[in-house]
Design a protein around this ligand. Structure first.
Ligand SMILES: [Zn+2]
Ligand SMILES: [Zn+2]
Length: 371
């Protein structure tokens, strides 16, 4: 049994933790502390439509694009379950989970069925269209208790009768669920782990992942917990309404899962193994080793007489700062830029401004230039 004490406010005081978060489109650096519960990432500037993004495979695994947080009319969403499948096909996703709220069925006066119905209705459509559908639920008692996604459950009805969030999670865990703490501290004034709720669940080993990106927001506490306490980096659209076709940049938050194949069993194994990165608004977050592997798969560096040609083979635009003195470089999707190596510098110190290792830390590494 793992016992940890997390107090982010204390860590702010002790470590003077400053969050530098880079907003890609506005090209502004700005600072936030963990007192900030969430930060909007929404941006209205337009770029060409992007669906079915090319994001490379890494480390011998396939990269699967997943949205693990979706609602339908079977809780408080506004769409029929099959619509979630069609949106996933349109957006080039591989895996989705429908996570209707438990308990609570807002529309039960008008819609029959039970807590398993949204999954049951969507499953034939998902199967026929090549989308892996994970059976899930969002365990929701109150904002104070927090919301938790239970993925890979087997019977939502058995969870719905539970009288407390703890009982709910116990039943889900007994079904083999992977539990994610969603949008941490949403609608709360205190941005911290509540020792009586998440503290208890964490000490009992019942929380596996924490959302870093949810809807158009980044949750600094989620990033802090994943980076510092080894929770699995998770994100989700948390869509209640229809997801509109992308008109600007692709902004649907994705969890990238690195797995042998996209069967439910392989995705489950990858999640419990922590093999994820999260991506939203062209910003990645995750473990350094996965970020570095993703960078290496997306960005190719080639050196020739005092120059480094930087080629982005992916559909995600990158933002780099090379050797502290240089200004930020945009490396657009499927494009190359040239960096002129100043003086006799043999080493390139590369800071990836759209890859977050933690709230105060980008992916940074040194590349030996071969001239
Ligand atoms: Zn929620
Ligand atoms: Zn939700």
């Amino acid at each position: 049994m793992k016992t940890i004490h997390i107090n982010c406010k204390g860590s702010i005081k002790n470590c003077i933790l400053i969050i530098f978060f880079y907003f890609l489109i506005s090209l502004q650096l700005f600072a936030q502390s963990l007192d900030l519960i969430s930060l909007s990432l929404e941006d209205k500037t337009s770029e060409p439509n992007k669906t079915n993004l090319y994001i490379p495979d890494i480390l011998g695994y396939n990269t699967f694009k997943c949205d693990f947080h979706l609602h339908t009319v079977f809780s408080d969403g506004a769409v029929w379950p099959t619509v979630r499948v069609n949106e996933a096909v349109r957006d080039g996703l591989d895996v989705i989970a429908i996570t209707d709220h438990l308990p609570g069925r807002k529309n039960k006066e008008y819609i029959s069925g039970d807590h398993n119905s949204s999954y049951d209705i969507a499953l034939p459509s998902a199967k026929s269209k090549g989308i892996t559908l994970i059976k899930g639920a969002e365990l929701t008692f109150s904002a104070k208790n927090g919301h938790y996604n239970a993925l890979f459950i087997t019977d939502a009805n058995a969870i719905a009768d539970s009288v407390s969030i703890f009982k709910c999670i116990d039943v889900a865990v007994s079904q083999g669920a992977f539990i994610t703490w969603n949008h941490p501290c949403w609608r709360l004034s205190k941005n911290d782990v509540n020792p009586e709720i998440q503290g208890k669940l964490i000490s009992e080993g019942k929380i596996n992942g924490v959302e870093v990106f949810n809807s158009n927001n980044i949750y600094p506490l989620g990033l802090y917990l994943c980076a510092n306490e080894n929770f699995v980096f998770m994100s989700g659209s948390d869509a209640h309404n229809p997801i509109q076709k992308t008109e600007g940049q692709f902004s649907r938050p994705l969890t990238l899962v690195f797995a042998e194949n996209k069967s439910e069993a392989a995705i489950k194994k990858a999640l419990f193994g922590g093999r994820t990165l999260v991506l939203s608004h062209n910003i990645f977050a995750g473990r350094e080793s996965y970020l570095r592997a993703m960078f290496d798969a997306c960005i190719k560096l080639s050196f020739s007489s005092g120059k480094c040609i930087i080629t982005n083979v992916s559909d995600i635009p990158f933002k780099l700062q090379i050797n502290e003195e240089s200004s930020e470089m945009n490396v657009k999707e499927k494009a190359s830029v040239t960096y002129k190596i100043k003086g006799d510098k043999k080493k390139l110190h590369i800071k990836v401004l759209n890859m977050l290792v933690n709230n105060d830390k980008y992916l940074v590494f040194t590349e030996e230039s071969i001239l």
